[in-house]
Design a protein around this ligand. Sequence first.
Ligand SMILES: [Fe+2]
Ligand SMILES: [Fe+2]
Length: 196
Amino acid sequence: MLCLKVPTDPRWAREARRDLAAVLIDHAHCEMKAASNALSLAARHPRDLALVKALTDLAREEIDHFQRVLEVLAQRGLELGAPPVDEYAAELRKAAATTPRDQSLPVLVDRLLVGALIEARSCERFKLLIDVIEEPELRAFYKELFAAEARHYRTFLDLAIEVGGDAAKVEARLDALADREAEIVQRLPVNATVHG
Ligand SMILES: [Fe+2]
Ligand SMILES: [Fe+2]
């Protein structure tokens, strides 16, 4: 799906069904992290107004998602709790830093492509979640989020191409990082978390 090289292990959907509460709590944290990541990238690149606009629009949407997941938690009497360590995202950033890069591409391209990969994997997982959720309202919510994540994937990729200035080079870089993402996702344990 999208740029992903391997599908999610089928055991993940079973884990998610077994402990949907854990997935919902983790998902809320993911939305918050997506918003703060978009804001921190925008704050670090103030000279690129188009980039700042796109990233702050994205952050606004991620905050909206966060608040809506919070409502789902409240309806179920679940607490947000402290944010877990997002090993997947940390490993992905580490992989980007250690995968030799065409030096003509700015580091920001990697940050945007890591964002694209996270969105792509979330999108794939939400599709799997839709199939295990029985409540119609919650299913509809994840259908909407599935479409949003696909769109966010495209936003990050378009921004990376804009910043990199060479679509072929940026796409080759995405391909190399997607290989690393596939290794990471296969290496991490199967947990009831969005990326675990
Ligand atoms: Fe989101
Ligand atoms: Fe997103």
